[in-house]
Design a protein around this ligand. Structure first.
Ligand code: SF4
Length: 378
């Protein structure tokens, strides 16, 4: 079982908090998509004909793709990979791109899951973050997506946006619930150095995010979504029963995947590949048949630490047999004292052969995982 990720590195405008790889210059979009088509063919043996269960168009803003570009990418995958008949095909979209006609076209192209970058339902907050859409578009695109027949929709929401109190965040959560998305991903606003917010922070034009304020909003998020019947199946991801993101869950459960496009990563248990994070250099490398990725061979410690880092953030936790058999790591023996202490403090428990964080443990996930990580072997 495997997945394919396609990174579409273009956006209409740069959000002030974003440090993903994208360009607001769309001049070379066509050339870049052709290079991605070429990469899909070049990499056709990477997953060794494993059955592809999920395809994920991420970015950037994949809703900027034209129908012809989307069809070409999907056709190339169909010709070169073993696609499962019931694949989850997700496309990340921004509300300002989702006209009724666009939504119908996406549905007809085979997209069966949308991940909509709503982030906030408040115009003031959207403008503060330099999002390209309005609160009105955030509402209407959900309704239009339902009318176009989408039955599996995820929305993104950002918390800890500076505000005098929590009332706006509570309103955002209430609005989200009225729209009944099947899935919600919610991340704390972070200020990364290479972003507009990062430069404002440096110049003293913006204050750092208050950790206490962010923690209170996170707790409000957990409580509100739990009461509304959403399951927190990963620290930042919530869904109605059974509506997990199959694609992201497969990352967290260590399944292999191929990443296509600039800055995309690939993983096949033994190594990780990192594609060039520059649109022009990527196009040049692919078309000139030059190397277009860096390869990192994964050590045993890399693999164990990564599994702990991703697995413990999920409701499935880390499987003890997998650690023992695949990674040659008997964590219960080697970390006996620490695990006992974490269990006594009610941060971790053993459940169906896996180590799982409790609700209290989830609030300290980063700290707990860093304690459990192992050192690189000499
Ligand atoms: S639309 Fe998404 S990828 Fe593009 S700048 Fe904004 S947050 Fe980043």
């Amino acid at each position: 079982m495997a997945g394919i990720y396609l990174h579409i590195p273009f956006c209409r405008q740069a959000c002030h908090y974003c440090d993903f790889h994208f360009s607001t210059n769309l001049k070379h979009k066509e050339k870049l998509i052709q290079a991605m088509v070429q990469e899909a063919v070049l990499q056709k043996d990477y997953l060794q004909q494993e059955s592809i269960q999920t395809i994920y168009f991420g970015g950037g803003t994949p809703s900027l793709l034209s129908r012809a570009e989307l069809d070409q990418l999907l056709d190339t995958l169909a010709k070169n990979y073993s696609l499962a008949p019931d694949m989850e095909i997700t496309l990340e979209a921004n509300p300002d791109d989702l006209s009724p006609a666009k939504l119908q076209s996406l549905k007809a192209a085979g997209i069966n899951r949308l991940s909509i970058g709503i982030q906030s339902f408040q115009d003031r907050h959207l403008q503060f973050m330099n999002r390209a859409h309005t609160a009105g578009q955030a509402h209407s695109c959900m309704q239009d997506a339902r009318e176009a027949g989408f039955r599996n929709i995820s929305i993104d929401l950002i918390y800890a946006i500076p505000s005098p109190d929590h009332s706006i965040w509570q309103q955002d959560l209430a609005t989200a619930l009225e729209l009944k998305p099947e899935h919600i991903s919610s991340y704390c606003l972070t200020i990364e150095p290479q972003t507009a917010f990062g430069s404002w922070l440096k110049k003293g034009k913006l204050r750092a995010i208050d950790e206490e304020y962010a923690a209170q909003q996170f707790e409000l998020l957990l409580k509100t979504l739990k009461e509304a019947g959403y399951e927190q199946y990963e620290i930042s991801n919530f869904c109605l029963p059974g509506k997990y993101s199959r694609h992201n869950s497969s990352y967290w459960q260590q399944q292999q995947y191929l990443g296509l496009g600039p800055s995309a990563h690939s993983f096949n248990h033994k190594s990780r590949q990192f594609n060039i994070s520059n649109n022009n250099l990527y196009i040049k490398a692919i078309t000139g048949q030059q190397p277009f990725f860096e390869l990192e061979t994964l050590s045993r410690a890399n693999r164990i630490n990564e599994y702990l880092l991703t697995g413990l953030r999920t409701k499935w936790g880390c499987n003890l047999e997998y650690l023992k058999k695949e990674l040659n790591y008997n964590i219960e023996e080697e970390q006996q004292r620490l695990l006992k202490e974490l269990a006594t403090n009610n941060y971790i428990r053993r459940e169906s052969g896996s180590l799982v964080l409790t609700d209290a443990g989830k609030l300290l996930a980063d700290e707990i995982v860093s304690q459990l990580m192992i050192m690189e072997e000499a």
